[in-house]
Design a protein around this ligand. Structure first.
Ligand code: CA
Length: 227
């Protein structure tokens, strides 16, 4: 497992992350401001940084910029605030590997941590296993998807949904079953949630979303996936 440096000034958040990472078998360092964060990133030999944007003394952007300028390639996941689209873009431009928007579910963060730890900076999904269907190919391990035009932006939930479908090809799956299996206890969704996600997912993966060939509606029950 990895040594993870959490740079976050909100104590509850930092300790909550520490608990969860430790439960997953990781070792955790905490820095409560940007300066301490840079110092621990340089001296603590972490394998991954969780970096909040809004920090005292030095912002998350400055921390990211400084570390990259010093040649530190440790993967960084930035914590951005809801609605701050600019933060995400800036973070990635400054060399962050991924970002997650507050508030987030711990399950989602842990999945992203796993994905980031799995890929080293130099191998960009060389060894990726792609599932191809219709117009896209998906690498579930690295949470990436592509079509002929390039990268297809799928949300975490869309990846999970698609993965579940892939694992249950040809089976008719009820909305309730999807809620249990894909959403679990993280949210309090309704069957409308499932339908809304399917509509969005079809737009991304179907050649003709109005006339789907992969995610089929099974009247009065739910959905069926075929390649
Ligand atoms: Ca903060």
């Amino acid at each position: 497992m990895a040594r993870i440096l959490v740079i976050e000034d909100e104590v509850d958040m930092a300790l909550g992350l520490k608990d969860n990472f430790e439960y997953d078998g990781h070792e955790v360092l905490i820095a409560e401001d940007g300066e301490k964060g840079v110092q621990l990133a340089l001296e603590g030999n972490p394998q991954l940084l969780i970096l909040d944007v809004m920090l005292p003394k030095k912002s998350g952007f400055d921390v990211c910029k400084e570390l990259r300028a010093r040649g530190i390639k440790t993967p960084i996941i930035m914590l951005t605030a809801r609605g701050q689209e600019i933060d995400k873009v800036l973070g990635l431009e400054l060399g962050a590997d991924d970002y997650i928007t507050k508030p987030f579910s711990v399950r989602e963060l842990l999945a992203r941590v796993k994905a980031v730890l799995r890929r080293s900076p130099d191998e960009v999904s060389e060894d990726a296993t792609y599932h191809k269907f219709g117009k896209i190919k998906v690498d579930f391990e690295h949470y990436s998807a592509y079509d002929d035009n390039g990268k297809v932006e799928l949300t975490f939930k869309e990846f999970e949904l698609l993965k579940y479908f892939q694992e249950h090809k040809g089976q008719t799956i009820s909305r309730d079953k999807l809620l249990d299996e894909v959403w679990g206890y993280d949210y309090f969704p309704t069957s409308r949630t499932v339908d809304n996600h399917i509509v969005k997912l079809r737009k991304k993966i179907e050649i003709d979303p109005e006339n789907p060939k992969h995610i089929l509606t099974v009247y009065a029950i739910g959905y069926k996936y075929i390649d």
